[in-house]
Ligand binder design. Structure first.
Ligand code: SF4
Length: 252
């Protein structure tokens, strides 16, 4: 399939203009991040107690065929992520580490090992919240996000995707309460949103339905395509686009 020219070349040219060694050092840093990220992905795929993760079911658009490929393709393709994306994820890791440190300083205890175990795996789905803490004698799912300052300032309630993630964890761990903690990148501040399962039953139903459909997939039947054409928004970011539209072109 025809793809748009990568922005990678533009990035390399931009970097080269700042000095050869500066550019070389930055490329080395990028490679380090990429190797680390891919190793992490591989370890997650190998060690995960289930083949699908909650994050595989999230998003405004859901494609059961993509889920089928995730379950049945021998190897998940690893994308060549951009430097910007790698740095964004690295920032996310740093935010999560900071939040855990802040909770430790405030003496908000982490849940014990036995409490941390997933009570329900639903066969094919696993999920790992950023943290689970004991607060006011109750366990809380903690999910940490980082956002650029402008978006952070505008944020007055959790996005649908944040809710999908936390509510899926709530259902998997049987903990009906959580906190979504969002750090503003250039403002060094946090916003905390309290989330209760009973107030978001629409999201709970949506995610329960996706989990049910994923668990019920038959390994021998490829589900129907969600995208109409390879240029659809969802197809553009789908790692299985070629498999779906080229190799399996005959399967509707
Ligand atoms: S390209 Fe579209 S229809 Fe095909 S698997 Fe990916 S998301 Fe689903």
């Amino acid at each position: 399939l025809k793809r748009k020219p990568s922005s990678r070349l533009k990035e390399l040219v931009r970097r080269a203009s700042t000095g050869f060694y500066a550019s070389l050092l930055m490329s080395k840093m990028e490679q380090g991040l990429r190797t680390r990220w891919n190793a992490r992905q591989r370890a997650r795929d190998l060690n995960s107690p289930a083949p699908l993760h909650v994050s595989d079911l999230m998003g405004n658009e859901f494609c059961l065929r993509q889920t089928w490929y995730k379950l049945n393709e021998a190897k998940r393709p690893y994308e060549l992520h951009s430097y910007k994306k790698l740095m964004t994820w690295f920032d996310g890791d740093s935010g999560e580490a900071q939040l855990k440190r802040l909770f430790d300083i405030a003496k908000v205890p982490v849940a014990s090992e036995s409490e941390l175990k997933q009570k329900k795996l639903v066969g094919r789905i696993s999920g790992t919240p950023d943290d689970i803490r004991l607060f006011m004698s109750k366990l809380w799912i903690i999910e940490c996000k980082t956002l650029y300052a402008a978006a952070w300032r505008r944020l007055v309630e959790p996005t649908r995707q944040y809710l999908q993630q936390v509510i899926s964890y709530m259902m998997l761990y049987e903990i009906p309460r959580g906190i979504i903690a969002v750090k503003g990148k250039d403002v060094s501040e946090w916003k905390f949103f309290e989330v209760r399962l009973k107030r978001h039953m629409d999201v709970a139903r949506e995610m329960a339905d996706r989990i049910r459909r994923a668990v019920g997939l038959d390994n021998t039947i490829v589900p129907h395509r969600y995208c109409k054409k390879p240029s659809d928004r969802k197809a553009k970011t789908c790692p299985f686009r070629d498999v779906c539209f080229v190799r399996d072109a005959a399967k509707p």
